[in-house]
Design a protein around this ligand. Structure first.
Ligand code: ZN
Length: 303
């Protein structure tokens, strides 16, 4: 049997969060429904941030309420603080993805707190979950391969933060290349270092394609034994304030590479290509993903 790779779709959250066009909750729900129709089983649907700070993520409660619980579907809410956790629990999210920044420079600007403060919040969340219940918690360590403010992030620091999160009892640990600073060899080394300290805890990878290393990094992660990767349909994302920033690796690009390599994903590649084209049209942008441009490889008569 060929190896199964789980693709976690982050387009409705990481993708849309960084686009300048604002979508209504109904349009986001349409996007989510199209992605799930392609076979996506885990999907970041909402972010419980303050919508005044991040207007793209407004309507989280409305979106969560409209998604009726479905067996085999996990709708993930992004959580940055205790308030976000309370909202995730109240909204009935299937998973809460708590973000901890590996660097203080990014953490203070993005979440208004240091890495230590964010780890303390994660610990509080795990305590609350124990006492009052709540969805499974995953921890994503952002800027784990480099920070635009603090520079290089030491591998030991990344490993020890992942170890700490694992010891707190999270269900999954992810390391994220928030700004596209990683290279494939670095990915391999960091995966090995993290794996060593988190035991058999699930490990997920999150890459941005800012410097055209996204798929190479995904390949390196898979070769190093990781079975779970984030991706964003259409490759949407970026940053409205930084023209050179790009989105996550495109879901259709990743799935194409995996299928060509003989891996299983359970996903409909043609459907993903169409969904990527549809969302980019809605956002008024040329799709960043390569598959949106070139299509899947097939035997067509040469022109
Ligand atoms: Zn990201």
């Amino acid at each position: 049997m060929s190896r199964f790779i789980t693709v976690v779709e982050v387009g409705p959250r990481d993708g849309l969060q960084n686009e300048s066009v604002l979508l209504e909750p109904a349009e986001k729900l349409d996007f989510i429904a199209r992605l799930e129709a392609c076979g996506i089983q885990r999907i970041e649907t909402v972010s419980f941030v303050n919508p005044r700070r991040v207007p793209q993520m407004a309507g989280a409660e409305e979106i969560a309420a409209a998604l009726s619980p479905t067996v085999g579907r996990s709708r993930i809410g992004l959580v940055l603080n205790l308030k976000g956790w309370e909202r995730a629990v109240a909204s009935g999210c299937d998973e809460a993805n708590v973000v901890v920044c590996a660097s203080d420079g990014f953490g203070i600007r993005n979440q208004g707190s240091t890495t230590d403060e964010q780890m303390a919040v994660l610990a509080q969340i795990m305590d609350l979950k124990k006492a009052q219940g709540g969805p499974p918690v995953t921890m994503t360590l952002s800027t784990a391969f480099g920070c635009p403010f603090d520079g290089e992030i030491a591998q030991d620091r990344v490993a020890s933060l992942c170890q700490e999160a694992a010891a707190l009892g999270v269900d999954e640990v992810a390391i994220a290349d928030t700004i596209g600073a990683a290279d494939p060899w670095m990915v391999h080394r960091r995966v090995e270092a993290v794996r060593k300290v988190i035991g058999d805890k699930r490990l997920r990878l999150h890459f941005h394609d800012t410097r055209n290393t996204g798929l190479a990094n995904a390949y390196a992660g898979i070769e190093a034994g990781v079975d779970i990767l984030d991706a964003s349909c259409g490759g949407i994302g970026g940053c409205p304030f930084a023209p050179a920033a790009t989105g996550n690796i495109g879901t259709e690009d990743l799935v194409n590479m995996l299928h060509r390599g003989g891996f299983e994903t359970g996903l409909d590649l043609e459907g993903l290509i169409q969904t990527g084209q549809w969302i980019c049209e809605r956002l008024g942008k040329t799709p960043p993903s390569s598959l949106a441009r070139a299509g899947a490889f097939s035997l067509k008569a040469a022109l």
